[in-house]
Design a binder for this molecule. Structure first.
Ligand code: NAP
Ligand code: ZN
Ligand code: ZN
Length: 389
């Protein structure tokens, strides 16, 4: 069964790759990235699966009537950027300009834009388009629209490939623009646009947002550390489950977690069996699930948000005894993303960041691969990305 599924999955992936490569080639044959659109832009792009980023000139469309254009000031580095730059999910299209935690200041709006004006502080997260007519879209869940368009490495309505926020200029339909509330710092607020919504949405949807509920957060990286902050603000009792003992003191004292488990310490894990109502698993690599399922009470929920490149093993017996659920979620809809940012501003939730210059990006990627960041790299695009146009 699993071999069948795997081979079916890899065939589908091959097909997607074939089609996207053909499409990318077609687009290239028609026009180079610099000439596709009228507005010159500069970014950082990976050219192949080495994932190495280098300066890249391309172009953006003119501001359409419903578009908001903004000067990018900061962009967070999500682990998904690393997966994509290295083609770890097998769907990347090169050149690839990553970045979906993008914030800046509005420079131009189209004449039908209603919610934004020049000078507003705004952001773009993981999506820039969807069909707006399917059931998911009608329920404000554009993130589950079968035609959702990702901020980078996806085909836009006009057939060109989308480029992300490791770039000086950004333009998107106002539906996909998030207002950054006054008082929320732009640099430390940027990671909320992906990391924030990705953990906020499942905490709400799976009812892990109640005072006194016992929530586990696995992996104390970009997603994990903001998950701790959101869960605490919602009133939960939070346990961090980490491979890194060196994050313990900070998790408890700075991030506000209530307890800390070292996942590779079996005695430690055994002592906590059956204690959690729900777990948000943010781990980016293959890891064992059974020890996590064991931590759940009966009816507990293990919610996967991390996206390792290879399938994980999921024995069912630990689920049967205790009616436990394993689920997965992908970012969140636009309405909920705005709600999350407003909640963050109200509760003073931001990411703990290491602000870096654009020329440090490859070192940052190498460190991210080793889980050596507390807890999110953010690129200072506004001050350090040099335009070479
Ligand atoms: P990150 O900052 O690298 O954090 C991942 C954490 O996982 C690490 O800090 C580490 O925490 C833990 N970890 C890493 N390797 C591990 C291993 N081999 N075994 C056990 N734990 C390990 O990454 P992120 O930006 O938070 O993203 C996490 C994952 O979520 C990525 O796969 C990303 O693509 C995915 N993602 C999904 C969505 C979605 O919508 N579902 C959205 C954004 C990102 P400790 O040191 O504490 O163990
Ligand atoms: Zn992300
Ligand atoms: Zn739709």
């Amino acid at each position: 069964m699993s071999t069948f599924t795997n081979s079916k999955f890899s065939k589908q992936k091959e097909k997607i790759l074939e089609v996207t490569e053909m499409e990318a080639t077609k687009t290239k044959m028609v026009k180079a990235a610099e000439e596709e659109h009228p507005i010159p832009a500069t970014g950082l792009a990976a050219q192949d699966s080495s994932g190495v980023l280098s300066p890249f000139n391309f172009s953006r469309r003119k501001t359409g009537e419903k578009d908001v254009r903004f000067r990018v000031l900061y962009c967070g580095i999500c682990h998904s950027d690393l997966h994509m730059a290295k083609n770890e999910w097998g769907t990347s299209i090169y050149p690839l300009v990553p970045g979906h935690e993008v914030v800046g200041v509005v420079t131009e709006v189209g004449n039908k834009v209603q919610k934004f004006k020049v000078g507003d502080k705004v952001g773009v997260g993981c999506m820039v388009g969807a069909c707006h007519s399917c059931e998911s879209c009608k329920n404000n869940l554009e993130n589950y629209c079968p035609n959702m368009i990702l901020t980078y490495g996806a085909k836009y309505y006009d057939g060109t490939i989308t480029y992300g926020g490791y770039s000086d200029d950004m333009v998107a339909d106002e539906h996909y623009i998030v207002r950054i509330p006054d008082g929320l710092p732009l640099d430390a607020g940027a990671p909320l646009l992906c990391a924030g919504i990705t953990v906020y949405s499942p905490l709400r949807y799976f009812g892990l947002d109640k005072p006194g509920i016992n929530v586990g957060i696995v992996g104390l990286g970009g997603l994990g550390h903001v998950a701790v902050k959101f869960a605490k603000a919602m009133g939960a009792h939070v346990t961090v489950i980490s491979t890194s003992i060196n994050k313990k003191e900070e998790a408890l004292e700075k991030l506000g977690a209530d307890s800390f488990l070292v996942s590779r310490d079996q005695d430690h894990m055994k002592a906590a069996v059956g204690t959690l109502d729900g777990i948000i698993d943010t781990v980016s690599a293959v890891h064992p699930l059974v020890p996590l399922i064991s931590l759940l009470k009966s009816h507990g929920k293990l919610v996967m948000v991390g996206a390792p490149e290879k399938p994980l093993e999921l024995p069912v017996f630990p689920l049967l005894s205790g009616r436990k659920i394993v689920a997965g979620t992908l970012i969140g809809g636009m309405k909920e993303t705005q709600e999350m940012i407003d909640f963050a501003a109200k509760h003073n939730i931001t990411a703990d960041i290491e602000l870096i210059t654009a020329d440090y990006v490859n070192t940052a990627m190498e460190r991210l691969a080793r889980a050596d960041v507390k807890y999110r790299f953010v690129i200072d695009i506004g001050n350090t990305l040099k335009s070479s146009n």
